[in-house]
Design a protein around this ligand. Structure first.
Ligand code: M6R
Length: 612
């Protein structure tokens, strides 16, 4: 989704604004822009498409202002063209916005009636006019923003720059994250605004996050925070770890490739955080503020890939802890108005910790008396801050829009939780725990082995690149992975793909099978293999092209002609999705690269979906 930066500097800031915006590219965008003050006057440069276009514009017509705001736009209202690109400005104020202003139509009508001319199709432009309108009544910029904010409905992060004010930036947050940074070293005295700490990492690691409803006034003298009521408040300054993370592709062509290859390391790091490996036990790195033995039910919600991690975890919680799990996509969950039980635990799963629907689910669960636990990758995120327990995934920043390492780390954390609950509830004994922990410890090595299969996976992927559509099948814990494999393929290669429970094939999708339909079967040798093999025979009998992702025993069992096979090492059956995720991700990656697609920033997608 949109990215915001603001710099109150001592040198021309346009170049630094673009550099900071590059660190927000991963969120997904379709146009970009900056505004600075040139001799005190507001000037903008905006361009459709990639930041490169904005850089070209700036090299042709440089900006020298020492203060500025910048934006990457992911279109919600209005086409992704230059006119609709942010910053939006009128004579007195420029604004950048992330989120949706829900009452923009009624505000726009009122402002039009008072003589304001609108240039764009966006909801965001109304904010610039609203603040300008307040200023026309004689208010200064700070008072005008303070008067405008309560008139806005919806979710937003905003940054304002004012004509004639070369020592003032204002930021505001309701629903979408915003961070303030204090310049350090050579940048001492400079102040920054950013959608996340990652954007500000080259300038500073001293950060404060705006709380919900906050707005902040920045001058070169520092930051003055206000809460929603306007009262001055203090917000803690923390050391961000973001600068410790190298946000580059290393030796890889794409962030997605780098993140796929990092998995043995980050899954290992995450497991080490949750396991006492020598004792063969799970040791949760936090205290549970509830008795796992007394839980009546788990309600799991998440979106996209994180939801599929939850679907896998349902098998684990039900199998290892004998606790029933209700799971739903977060975008639907709260509309069901589901009754939630006493002594219930709500688990939300999110890489970014900012997904609007997941956050809304968390709030619904809290309002309905649930214990709330968040499995998140960004520890400073809103979801982390609003949950009573945070179970961190230690994946490090995930830049590729397609989630890969965050997924496998989510699975690792959820597996540890399920085992811990199983022990607490007396379902697993010490020996069973030690066996499962042993299986978990083996995972990073097995993932590294799976990565060695990349040349064979690439061949399979090239075969898929000509398909119009593909089916992914799996049973048991491999079923959610089939869904995830299909999501990966469609989001980065734009090949239509569907995941199905293998047993569902006969209930409809078998009608699609012909010689042009690749069917990727995720089938480790486990208790369900015989039944999955029957489904493969049904596909083969109808001429479907089967690609088997499985071990030697599964291949032997299959006994059908295969269009392709990806060899997996034999492993204990419970945690296969964590290892089999690797070929599923690499199939999608190599198909998309072969087809020349923009793997890290696929069309229409945003990394962090902060609108509903
Ligand atoms: O940040 P979150 O984990 O809450 O994001 C949830 C989904 O938007 C995300 O997993 C999405 O489905 C990915 N693009 C999938 O690769």
């Amino acid at each position: 989704m949109c990215g915001i930066v603001g710099i109150l500097g001592a040198r021309p800031v346009a170049g630094e604004l673009v550099e900071a915006l590059k660190r927000l590219e991963y969120r997904g965008y379709d146009s970009a822009g900056v505004a600075t003050l040139e001799s005190g006057r507001l000037i903008r440069r905006r361009a459709q498409g990639k930041l490169r276009n904005l850089e070209i514009l700036l090299s042709e017509a440089p900006l020298k202002g020492l203060i500025g705001i910048g934006h990457t736009r992911w279109a919600t209202h209005g086409r992704p063209n230059e006119t609709n690109a942010h910053p939006h400005a009128n004579g007195s104020v420029a604004v950048v916005h992330n989120g949706i202003i829900e009452n923009f139509r009624e505000l726009r009508e009122g402002l039009r009636a008072r003589g304001h001319n609108f240039q764009t199709e966006t909801d965001s432009e109304v904010v610039a006019h609203l603040v300008a309108d307040e200023m026309q009544t004689g208010k200064g910029p700070v008072a005008a923003v303070a008067a405008a904010l309560p008139q806005l409905r919806g979710a937003f992060a905003l940054a304002f720059l004012f004509d004639g004010q070369d020592d003032l930036l204002i930021g505001a947050r309701r629903g979408s994250p915003l961070a303030v940074g204090w310049g350090e070293g050579e940048q001492q005295g400079e102040m920054y605004l950013g959608s996340d700490a990652l954007a500000l990492a080259p300038f500073t690691s001293e950060i404060a996050y705006l709380e919900e409803g906050d707005w902040v006034v920045l001058t070169r003298g520092g930051a003055e925070f206000h809460d929603a009521s306007g009262a001055i408040v203090q917000r803690a300054r923390v050391r961000s770890q973001a600068s410790a993370f190298l946000v580059d592709k290393g030796e890889h062509r794409h962030f997605m490739a780098k993140e796929i290859h990092e998995q043995p390391e980050v899954v290992g790091r995450t497991l080490a955080h949750y396991l006492d490996m020598s004792a063969g036990k799970v040791r949760l790195p936090f205290d549970l503020p509830f008795d796992a033995n007394a839980l009546s039910r788990i309600t799991l919600t998440a979106c996209g890939t994180a939801y599929y991690a939850g679907l896998v975890a349902r098998y684990w919680f039900e199998r290892f802890a004998r606790i029933s799990v209700d799971i739903d996509v977060a975008s639907e969950f709260r509309y069901r108005e589901a009754p939630l039980p006493e002594r219930g635990l709500a688990i939300v799963v999110s890489q970014s910790g900012e997904t609007a629907d997941t956050l809304a689910s968390l709030r619904y669960a809290k309002d309905n008396g649930q214990h709330c636990l968040a499995v998140v990758n960004v520890p400073t995120s809103t979801i982390a801050r609003e949950s009573s327990v945070v179970a961190p995934t230690l994946a490090g920043p995930e830049i590729g829009v397609a989630s890969t390492k965050a997924f496998t780390c989510q699975l690792a954390v959820l597996a540890c939780l399920a085992i811990a609950f199983g022990r607490a509830r007396g379902v697993l004994d010490e020996k069973e725990e030690a066996r499962l922990v042993g299986d978990l410890i083996a995972l990073p090595g097995l993932m590294a082995k799976a990565l060695l299969e990349e040349p064979a996976i690439e061949q399979v992927a090239h075969g898929l690149a000509h398909a119009r559509s593909a089916l992914y099948l799996g049973r048991g814990v491999s079923f959610p992975l089939a869904l995830e494999g299909a999501l990966k393929l469609k989001e980065i290669s734009y090949i239509h793909a569907e995941g199905y429970a293998a047993g569902e094939l006969k209930h409809g999708p078998i009608a699609l099978i012909d010689e042009d339909m690749p069917v990727i079967v995720i089938a480790p040798k486990d208790a369900t293999i015989e039944k999955t093999v029957s489904n493969m025979q049904e596909v083969a009998a109808r001429g479907g092209r089967i690609v088997l992702v499985g071990d030697a025993a599964a291949r032997e069992e299959a006994a059908v002609a295969l269009a392709g096979a990806i060899d997996m090492a034999p492993m204990a059956p419970d945690f296969t999705p964590i290892v089999y995720a690797v070929p599923a991700q690499l199939i999608a990656y190599h198909a998309a690269v072969f087809m020349g697609k923009d793997v890290d920033q696929p069309r229409n997608l945003a990394k962090s979906v902060t609108v509903e």
